[in-house]
Design a protein around this ligand. Structure first.
Ligand code: KIV
Ligand code: NA
Length: 278
């Protein structure tokens, strides 16, 4: 399969073939998307919590995002890959944003970037689009500002909120965004935005009416299947149980003396060599 281009993504959207997108944080998670033929891979700043164990999405640094983007780009050769601009790497000025994005592209090897925000990021979206960097604004629920939103709450649920979101999406399109990511908004609003924009949409918690879907890979795998699960998450497997079984099995067999098994999992030596050694 050839490398997924923007043209290919626009073609999928025009054909109403749902675009698949998954997060990846390292080489093995990137290989999962590569092997499954996923269209787009996102190095999300969810990396902060789900792969690095930080409490918040705002903790992760640009250097950490770049380090992980490099690993993902080595594994996901075919999908279109894009990374989040982490909190603190773009807010100060358009110049700060451009410098961060250039590093993600040059050092991280990504094809494009995602930026959380509203109308205040339009100058940055314009500048990046003008210099030829694909940018996907992240509208609706924006985890980087969960504190000021008083939590992870559904957005755009009032007539006025919906109107604002719809207009912001149109302004992002006019600013040159190649697509819009919509998180945790009513499904009919997401469909309305998708149907009325020329660019495509990727949704999470935005229903089936977007051009594509994205989920966090650890959610898809069920790697932390015992935690609290937002309404829009589906576990497509239970890797947590499998992983625990494997590690418990290893610990028990080593403690019990049944791993490694002589002859089967060990190397031998010719008798005379052994006696020569002794
Ligand atoms: O950081 C992330 O993983 C994301 C997706 C959930 C869209 O922003
Ligand atoms: Na994110």
């Amino acid at each position: 399969r050839p490398k997924v281009t923007l043209n290919e993504l626009y073609r999928l959207a025009a054909d109403k073939t749902p675009i698949t997108c998954l997060t990846a944080y390292d080489y093995p998670t990137a290989l999962l998307s590569e092997a499954a033929g996923v269209d787009m891979v996102l190095i999300g700043d969810s990396l902060s919590q789900v792969a690095l164990g930080y409490d918040s999405t705002t903790t992760i640094t640009l250097d950490e995002m770049i380090h992980h983007s490099r690993a993902v780009s080595r594994g996901a050769k075919t999908p279109f890959i894009f990374a989040d601009l982490p909190f603190g790497s773009f807010e100060a000025s358009v110049q700060a944003g451009v410098e961060s994005v250039v590093r993600l592209v040059k050092e991280g090897g990504v094809d494009g970037v995602k930026i959380e925000g509203g109308r205040e990021i339009i100058p940055l979206v314009k500048r990046l689009s003008a210099i030829g960097i694909p940018v996907i604004p992240h509208l609706g629920l924006q985890p980087q500002r969960a504190t000021s939103l008083s939590g992870y709450l559904v957005q755009g649920r009032t007539a006025q909120g919906a109107q604002e979101l719809y207009e912001t999406a149109q302004m992002m399109q006019d600013a040159g965004a190649f697509a819009i990511l919509l998180e945790a908004i009513p499904h009919n609003l997401a469909r309305h935005i998708t149907d009325n924009l020329k660019i495509f949409t990727i949704g999470i918690g935005a229903g089936p009416g977007t051009s594509g879907q994205v989920l966090v890979i650890t959610d898809v795998l069920g790697l932390y299947a015992d935690g609290a699960k937002p309404r829009f998450v589906r576990h497509f497997g239970n890797v947590a149980d499998e992983a625990r079984k494997a590690v418990n099995g290893y610990v028990q067999e080593v403690k019990g003396g049944t791993f490694p098994e002589l002859g089967k999992e060990t190397y031998g030596m010719k008798k005379e060599e052994w006696e020569g050694f002794l």
